[in-house]
Design a protein around this ligand. Sequence first.
Ligand code: SF4
Length: 371
Amino acid sequence: MKLTPARPSIHGETLDSLTALLTAHGHPGFRARQILAWLYKKRVRSWDEMTNLSRPLRTWLAATFALDPTIFVLTKQSEDVTAKLLLELEDKALIETVIIRAPQLGVGRENSRKTICISTQVGCAMGCKFCASGLEGLKRNLTAGEIVHQLIQVCRLEDARTPRARAELASFDNIVVMGMGEPLHNYDAVIRALTIVNAGWGLGFGARRITLSTSGLVPRIRQLAEEKLGIRLAISLHGATDEIREQIMPVNRKYPLKELLPAVREFSLKHGRMVTLEFILIEEVNDSLDQARKLRDIARDLHAHVNLIPCNTVEGLPWKRPSLTRQEKFARVLDDGGVSVTLRREKGHAIDAACGQLRLKTEKAREAAAL
Ligand code: SF4
C-alpha cells in the first residue's frame, strides 16, 4: 500500500528546490537560506518563530509544508545506554530512530562514542528472516523530509538533556542508515535526505561519518558508487556462502555473492575506503567455523572490516544467539587471519532494539486497544 503524507515536509527541500519554489510563488529567493537556518540552526517548532520573515511568507509556508512530519511518541532508554525513539508520521505509521552511546574504557559517558541509526521505510520488503522490520512487509517509503526530521527529533532530545548548551548534531560521531527499511530500495529520497544532512545550509554533518547499510541491491550499489556524496558503505552479509545466505536473506536469490562481491569491490576502489561487512551470528545457522573461514577470505579479498553482531531474540522468530565462547571462536578465525574484526557487545536488547521490535509491539498494542 502506498501512502503519502498530505503536505510535503519542508525538511525534504534543498537550498535549490526551496529557492525555486519561493521564486515561483512570488517570494524572494534569498529567503530560502533564512528559512533553512531557522530549521537546522535554531530548530524552531513553529512558523511564527521565524521572526525575520514577513507574515504573508509565513502563512504561505504553513499552507504549503508540514513543519513537523514526525511526532515524538515515546523514548525507551536501556541500561546499556541505548535510547530508542518511536516516532509517528502524519498517516499514523510508526518508525524507529535509535541513539547508541558506547562508553569508552576509562572515560565517562559524556565522552563516549555516539551513533544515530535512522530508518528509511515503514516496514521493509526484503524479508530477511532474522528481522522484525521485515515481518509484515513494506508499508511505504519514507519521504526525504521524514528521514531528515528523525535527526531533528534526536537534536531536540539532546537539547532537553543538556539545557544550558544546545547540543549540535556534530557532537555525534556517526549516523548510520541501517534502521527500518532497505535504504537503496528508497534510493532517491535517501540520497536527497543525506544531501540535506551533509550540506552546510542543512545539518552540516560530514559524509565520512555517515554509513549506509544495504542488504545487497547490486545495481543500486553501483549507482551509489557514482554519487559525489562520499558516504561509507556497509553490507549486511550474514552468510559467507550462497547456500547459507539464501536461507536467511531472500535478496541473495536475485543478487548472489558472485554479483554482490564485485560490486562492493568496485565501490571500495572508487571511494578508497574500507567497506564494512555486517554479520549477524545465529546459532547453528551461520556460526560454524567453516563460515568463519569463508568470511575471512571474503573480507581479506575486499580489504573489508567485519562487524559481528550476536543476534537478538525476536518475538515470533526462532533464532538463537550463539554462546559467548562460540562467538569468540568465530571472531578469532578472522582475527588470526589478519582481518579487522569487531564483536559487538549487546546494545538495546532490553528495549526491543532489534530492528523494528518496538514499532511492532506498539502497533500490536494499538490494535488490541482498538478491539
Ligand atoms: S535486515 Fe534490513 S533489509 Fe533485511 S528485512 Fe530488516 S530492515 Fe529490511
